[in-house]
Design a protein around this ligand. Structure first.
Ligand code: EPS
Length: 390
């Protein structure tokens, strides 16, 4: 099978720039650098970020695939300049990095890619690993994913994200409409819709900072307006739940993903978990008693809101470092300290939001695919009629 919508990113955290290519977008989809830059600016926010975010002001330069504000159908290439490169140029030089500079990493951080990456790629200076494993890469990922997101906008599919737990502080269980989640989370420093919980989260971040420690949390992505029938039950790699989990799980520091009621359903009877089916005679549509399935049954969207949650571990660079070993001498040593964030959970929420959007755009094009946006619209409208008549 030929690949459909896909993207690749390249770039080191302190290299000259991040680069990305999005391949497989139909023609005619409106897209501007402003649209992508808005998503990038959302990614940079969040109480608890480190000094790097004061240096960067992420902006894309579109190199190809877009003309007169619309996609051409050809590959879309972009770059994002790393402003911090100016401070790292001599260290990251492609030919002769300055040997007198002391940015060599020999003491792997527990929980980070340093040690296993160093062993696998045979680098004793683990900067050669951490530069790419850094979550700086998510800037490129968000830029790429926002192109897919732009396609979903055309079909009035709405996406929001928020932080539901930070360092063990949970928001109240009250469910809000998606528009409120979007608005309130956008105004919050922590992408948190519960002001009381937010205050406690901020106090927790301050406490972690004082201790030289870090914090993780749980983020939630909600999508409304999806058609019934994205993804498929017929083959393992076409199941949308599995594909969403992969997209979100691959975000740096994510350790678990759940859909709908997720892990909590282990504690309940089936009768308490499954969403009973009803038919609304007035609107001639099926509906459910609740949405514990999180919008997916058998790897197929069922028309209910999609709810994806992910847990982010506390970041592994600690200003009060854990025990480690020097990989040259094998002597005990404190883990290396790289400049880092106390927490990046608010950023992870919106990164997950965009990764989910891209996976949905991919599934959307598989189902309604065409070479132009017009063709996708035609296919979509015909299919909606089929579902309506069911
Ligand atoms: C990161 C460490 C910090 C973060 C970075 C991820 O970077 P630096 O070492 O340059 O200060 O700020 O995140 C970003 C640069 C970003 O754009 O999100 C890490 O160790 O993964």
């Amino acid at each position: 099978m030929l690949p459909g919508l896909r993207f690749l990113t390249a770039g080191e955290s302190h290299g000259k720039a991040l680069t990305l290519i999005v391949d497989g977008m139909p023609s005619g989809v409106p897209i501007t650098a402003d649209y992508i830059n808005y998503q990038l600016s959302r990614r940079q926010k969040g109480y608890g970020r480190g000094g790097r975010m004061k240096i960067e002001k992420d902006q894309v330069e579109i190199l190809s695939g877009v003309r007169a504000g619309k996609t051409l159908g050809s590959p879309i290439a972009m770059t994002i300049t790393n402003r911090d490169w100016a401070n790292w140029q001599t260290i990251m030089d492609h030919e002769k990095p300055d040997p007198s500079l002391t940015k060599v990493v020999n003491h792997p951080r527990p929980g980070h890619t340093d040690l296993c990456g160093g062993m696998k790629y045979d680098h004793h200076d683990m900067r050669n690993i951490l530069e790419r494993s850094s979550a700086r890469e998510t800037a490129a990922r968000v830029a790429a994913a926002s192109v897919g997101r732009r396609l979903l906008d055309e079909f009035e599919i709405e996406i929001a994200s928020h932080v539901v737990n930070l360092g063990g502080v949970e928001i109240s269980a009250k469910r809000l409409p998606i528009q409120d989640i979007e608005r309130i989370s956008e105004e919050s420093e922590l992408r948190c819709i519960d002001p009381e919980a937010e205050k406690k989260m901020i106090a927790k971040i301050d406490e972690a900072k004082k201790k030289g420690d870090s914090l993780g949390g749980i983020v939630e992505v909600i999508v409304e307006g999806l058609p019934i029938g994205l993804g498929s039950h017929v083959q393992w790699d076409r199941k949308l739940d599995g594909r969403l989990a992969q997209a979100v799980m691959s975000i740096q520091a994510i350790k678990g993903v759940e859909i709908g009621m997720g892990f909590q359903s282990a504690n309940l009877f089936g009768s308490q978990v499954h969403d009973e089916i009803f038919f609304d005679q007035n609107h001639k549509r099926y509906y459910r008693s609740h949405n514990n399935a999180g919008g997916l049954e058998g790897g197929i969207t069922n028309g209910e809101p999609l709810v994806v949650r992910a847990v982010m571990k506390p970041l592994s660079t600690l200003y009060t470092p854990l025990k480690s070993v020097n990989v040259l001498t094998h002597e005990p040593y404190e883990a290396a300290i790289e400049r880092t964030d106390i927490t990046a959970v608010p950023a992870a929420a919106m990164i997950a939001e965009n990764c989910v959007a891209f996976t949905l755009a991919e599934a959307f094009l598989e189902k309604f695919g065409g070479d132009s946006l017009k063709e996708v619209h035609r296919n979509y409208e015909t299919y909606l009629k089929q579902v309506k008549d069911y």
